[in-house]
Design a binder for this molecule. Structure first.
Ligand SMILES: [Zn+2]
Length: 73
């Protein structure tokens, strides 16, 4: 199924970053996301509506990044 391979990046509240936000990768589509979703790194986060500044300041989750890279054909 093509949809199963879809994912999206979203900055969510995560104290492991200095600015309190980390950009994680989630399965599916943002429009279909529930209140909380589990990211590719295995942790669950509450979905947020990030501002433009959130996108700029939130670092990318390295675990999500590695997981997605490992899945590339
Ligand atoms: Zn992550």
């Amino acid at each position: 199924m093509i949809n199963a391979a879809r994912y999206f990046w979203l900055p969510v509240a995560d104290d492991s970053s200095g600015c309190g936000l980390v950009r994680h990768a989630f399965r599916g589509r943002r429009a279909d996301a529930d209140v909380a979703e589990s990211a590719h790194c295995g942790r669950t986060f509450a979905m947020a509506t990030p501002s433009e500044m959130d996108w700029i300041c939130a670092p990318t989750c390295t675990e999500c990044n590695e997981t997605l890279k490992a899945r590339q054909p």
